[in-house]
Design a binder for this molecule. Structure first.
Ligand code: ZN
Length: 200
C-alpha cells in the first residue's frame, strides 16, 4: 500500500502521484482513500474530473462502493490550474479523458507546492496507452499500478476488454460494456475478434 509523506514542511513541497490500472481495479477508491486522509488532516482538498465523465453523478466522484467525495467537473485541464492554485492536495479522476495539457498542469501545480494525485486508465480497450496517461506516468514522483481480477481465469487483470461491438475510444455508460482480463486472456480475445473480422 502507498504510504504518504506526512511531514508538513514550510514552504510546502509538492509532488505527483499516479494511480493507474484497468477498469474495476479500484483506482477511484484508492484516490478517495488518499484524499479522505488528507481531508481528515485538515488539508485543503479539491477534486476535478473531466466533464465528459458523467456516468454516475454530475457533482460527485462516486466509486463503485458509493464512497462519494465532492468533485468539480471541468471541460479542460487548464481550468484545474485556475481553480486549484493555493490548494494543499488536488485529486484528478479519469485523467485519461483529459487533454494533452494535463501533464503540464500537474507539473506546474506540483512545482508550486501542491500534492497532485491523478487516477486514470493506463490503457484503452485495445491495450494502447490512453490519452495523457503515459506522459503522466513518466513525470510522476510515485506510481501505483492497481489490478482487477480476470473474469476468465481469476488471475490478476491488467486489461479492459470491451464486450460490445463499438469502435469509438470513449464509450459512456460503459460499466456494463467491459470486463477485466489478464494479458493472456486479453490476447486470446483479441485474436478471436481478428479471426471474426477476417471471416466476416
Ligand atoms: Zn485470465
Amino acid at each position: 500500500m502507498f504510504i504518504e509523506q506526512t511531514k508538513r514542511v514550510q514552504p510546502r513541497k509538492g509532488w505527483i502521484e499516479v494511480v493507474a490500472g484497468c477498469m474495476f481495479s479500484g483506482k477511484t477508491e484508492e484516490l478517495i482513500r488518499r484524499l479522505k486522509r488528507a481531508k481528515i488532516a485538515k488539508q485543503q482538498v479539491e477534486i476535478f474530473k473531466p466533464s465528459i465523465e458523467s456516468r454516475y453523478d454530475e457533482i460527485n466522484i462516486v466509486s463503485h462502493d458509493s464512497n462519494a467525495i465532492q468533485s468539480t467537473p471541468v471541460p479542460a485541464s487548464a481550468n484545474i490550474l485556475l481553480l486549484g492554485h493555493d490548494v494543499d492536495v488536488i485529486g484528478i479522476d479519469e485523467a485519461q479523458f483529459f487533454d494533452d495539457q494535463l501533464p503540464y498542469v500537474c507539473e506546474t501545480l506540483a512545482n508550486s507546492g501542491t500534492r497532485v494525485i491523478v487516477a486514470g486508465l493506463d490503457m484503452d480497450y485495445l491495450g494502447k496507452p490512453f490519452g495523457p496517461m503515459p506522459h503522466l506516468l513518466a513525470i510522476a514522483d510515485y506510481i501505483s499500478k492497481v489490478h482487477a481480477i480476470c473474469m476468465n481465469c481469476g488471475d490478476l487483470a491488467t486489461h479492459s476488454h470491451r464486450i460490445v461491438n463499438e469502435s469509438s475510444l470513449i464509450l459512456l455508460g460503459e460499466k456494463e460494456s467491459y470486463i477485466p482480463l489478464c494479458r493472456t486472456c486479453f490476447v486470446k480475445e483479441q485474436k478471436l475478434i481478428q479471426l471474426e473480422l477476417n471471416a466476416g
